[in-house]
Design a protein around this ligand. Structure first.
Ligand SMILES: NC(=O)c1ccc[n+]([C@@H]2O[C@H](COP(=O)([O-])OP(=O)(O)OC[C@H]3O[C@@H](n4cnc5c(N)ncnc54)[C@H](O)[C@@H]3O)[C@@H](O)[C@H]2O)c1
Ligand SMILES: CC(C)[C@H](C(=O)O)[C@@H](O)C(=O)O
Ligand SMILES: [Mg+2]
Length: 366
């Protein structure tokens, strides 16, 4: 298979974790006889510095001529005082909107060999396997008016019926492939947009009689995510609630550095990025955990390229590296057996190569 991947490294640890992910994809391509072409583009603070724009035309053109986008992270203290149109985060919102990537899929799954890294009890963590389906191109992030003066500021939370319908349908479809349960999270006791959201979920559920549906208010959902996370299968929610709940959910697994994401539209085109940000506090030290970004490339292979075996191979290699006790600093729990970003990625690559050798030995016996 021949595919073009646009790589937007961004800021902070973005270049470090995307470099790790590209190395892994190159190994997978070699092993499975694919041709992945990586072309680099600029976004976020790096693009502001180079082009005076957080999402330059050149980057949009590169992504339009690609089959998928791999993104690191944007933002950092250097640009925090910039006017809002020159904030790195604007580049991220703009690329999501430009490509209509309305469905942000954020899986949260316990890693059996990492149960000790979670602040929750092991028996609570081991039951965790959920998919947060976050609406990504509407809501407060995009509503107009949005402005600030010294005396007052306004943001607008607006959702159209169509925007809610398509994300809710996506959640129901995903639940059918999983354990058949959808939890819709809203604030329907206060917000008009949430009332419409809840009505639409209730309309749509009639077409999915096989799916169990529950509504939860976002405040108590935030609490239940910690007290009984194993009860969730698919969570569907609006843009900002999904942003907050997914960072909260990362605590269950042990590190924000473990959570991947896919931002997709209906035709399968997608942008793949870790849930975490540019982590300025660890950037440039070579110690970031690249697992979330590498796992995001597995989602790319699965959702945009239909390469399920290749995706599962990456996920298995990562599981094995953890089982063998190899960790980056965020998961080390103070142990001195800590690997750098590059050393940990080397372990994943060694594991992929080992699997490849054992497969060919098995093959030679057939
Ligand atoms: N998708 C994105 O590009 C994205 C997402 C979130 C935040 N941001 C931006 O990133 C900047 C920093 O935001 P923040 O500090 O609130 O959130 P963050 O996610 O960057 O970091 C939060 C904490 O988690 C740690 N962390 C995150 N990823 C890690 C990894 N892979 N390995 C090890 N530790 C990791 C960081 O060191 C930090 O202590 C801000 O400018 C924010 O707007 C960007
Ligand atoms: C950087 C920011 C705009 C972004 C968001 O809120 O969507 C980030 O937090 C994320 O989760 O991808
Ligand atoms: Mg976030």
């Amino acid at each position: 298979m021949e595919k073009r991947v646009a790589v937007l490294q961004g800021d902070g640890i973005g270049p470090e974790v995307t470099e790790a992910a590209v190395r892994v994809l190159e190994v997978v391509a070699r092993r499975f006889n694919h041709n992945f072409h990586f072309n680099y583009g600029s976004i976020g603070g790096a693009a502001i510095d180079e082009f005076n724009h957080p999402l330059p035309e050149e980057t949009i053109a590169l992504c339009e001529s690609s089959d998928a986008i791999l993104l690191g992270a944007v933002g950092g203290p250097k640009w925090d005082q910039n006017p809002s149109e020159l904030r790195p985060e604007k580049g991220l919102l703009a690329i999501r909107k430009h490509f209509d990537l309305f469905a942000n899929l954020r899986p949260v799954k316990a890693v059996p060999s990492l149960l000790h890294a979670s602040p929750l009890k092991e028996e609570v963590v081991q039951a965790v396997d959920m998919m947060i389906v976050r609406e990504l191109t509407g809501g407060l992030y995009f509503g107009e008016p949005s402005r600030k003066t010294d005396k007052a500021a306004v943001d607008t939370l607006v959702y159209t019926r169509e925007e809610i319908e398509r994300i809710v349908e996506k959640a129901f479809e995903l639940a059918r492939l999983r354990r058949g349960k959808v939890t819709s999270v809203d604030k329907a006791n206060v917000l008009e947009s949430s009332k419409l959201w809840r009505e639409i979920v209730d309309e749509k559920r009639k077409s999915y009689p096989d799916i169990e549906v529950e509504h939860q208010l976002v405040d108590s959902a935030a609490m239940k995510l910690i007290t009984n996370p194993g009860a969730f299968d698919v969570i569907v929610t609006e843009n900002m609630f999904g942003d907050i709940l997914s960072d909260e959910a990362s605590v269950i697994t042990g590190s924000l550095g473990l959570l991947p994401s896919a931002s997709v539209r209906s035709d399968g085109f997608g942008l793949y990025e870790p849930v975490h940000g540019s982590a300025p506090d660890v950037a440039g030290k070579g110690i970031a955990n690249p697992a979330a970004t590498i796992l995001s490339t597995a989602m790319m292979l699965r959702y945009s390229f239909g390469l399920e075996t290749e995706a599962a191979t990456i996920e298995k290699a990562i599981d094995t590296v953890f089982e063998d006790g190899h960790y980056t600093a965020d998961l080390s729990g103070g142990s001195d057996r800590v690997l750098s970003t590059k050393e940990w990625t080397d372990k994943v690559i060694e594991e992929l190569d080992l699997q490849s050798v054992s497969n060919s030995i098995m093959f030679s016996y057939v």
